[in-house]
Design a protein. Sequence first.
Length: 479
Amino acid sequence: MEIFDALSYDDVLLVPGYADFLPSEADISVQLFENVRLNAPVLSAAMDTVTEENMAIALALNGGAGVIHRNLTPEVQAKQIFAVKRFLNWVIDNPITVSDKMTVGDVRRIIQKEGVSGLPVVQDDGTLVGIITHRDIMFCNDNSEKVVDRMTKNVIVEEGDPSPESAVEKFHQYKIEKLPVVDNGRRLTGLITVKDMEKHQSYPNAATDKKGRLIVGAAISPMDWQKRMPLLTEAGVDFVALDAAHGDSRNVIEAVAAIKKRYDIPVIGGNVVTAEGTRRLCEAGADAVKVGVGPGSICTTRIVAGSGMPQFTAVLVCAEEAKKYNVPIIADGGIKFSGDIVKAIGAGASCVMLGNLLAGLKESPGKEVIYEGRMFKQYRGMGSIGAINEGAGDRYQMKEGDQPVPEGIEGNVPYKGELKDFLVQLTTGLKKGMGYCGCRTLDLLKNYRRFVKISGAGLQESHAHDVLITQEAPNYSRR
């Protein structure tokens, strides 16, 4: 029997090298899949105290992508995916419309239900005949009045395939807020809104698809993917992640293969920590492999089951194998500081998945609590009793009715404010690490491979030491 040494992020440091650029010039974008490009190599974990629609929207606006958890019914999860995709657009496909035969009352009901301020008016064949907005009906006291008598009829439009420059010019020239897109027969094909244009300008680094919509993923299970996939694809999900604690198992591998046969959508397989597990997922058709068994702060798998792998070695080993298949690795768990992101990518990961670091943010769905005068947010593992009771048991091979044997705990993490400012700390730390290593791009960092193993004394020396901290930094804490 051979027993080999394995290392965690705290056990290693990247060796500095020559740099001919400033850290601010480093490129941290990554092409995760053919149609999914991230401007920050960060995914949020599919955990019910980390990622729902608010987190997914905020993270995508700032360059990353959220993976919405599956402790939701398939319908609610799909609804959240749709909300993320609807939040930002370039040209809205299939915009909500009204008929010229409808009444003001109908319009008011639709506006209230859908949360929109105006609607294109079309005939039965889709021909655009007008537009009606909240302002058109604001002072109308008769809900039975016809739309055709209230709508604006001379509508400014874009024809064919519009450009952002042309749309902006018309918004400024005509002082309008909605710009319908029509074909040469004046049939409605889409809608551009000034609100979406403003969002694109406010968030230039947003992770978007070809239609200008935010990138978002969803967690699925080998047990429920057949129910979830039709709803998720209809909602516009960009990728899915098989959410299983032990990804090197028959049901996960068969699910990956089955999904790839039926759907043209990127599938993340996992979690694994060995070259063999990585190979089996790649050969099944996984478009990315998620690595990590037990490194999370709220995970007790290694203690309860006695199984796992220190995360740095796991990423290193899996990345070497995945490279043979040109499949990206996602380092899931064990990230405590921005420097760990640098180490994970330096070990071969294309991006990282974060749970603990994001759980304390305003946008996470965890409840806010006050303890001893400080604000915290609730954070729990998907293997905790609470998460299992709400549907996450199959992630840990538990059947309905089994007595829960948890592989995670429930706790609180300090409240950290909004994601935007916090993510800047992480991404800037990543850029600083790239600067120290002389790597302008993430691909160069992945292939840098100059690490040194450090002792416990070296780790102590790396942290702040021999001083009483009187002012905490936003990106560092020993608690």
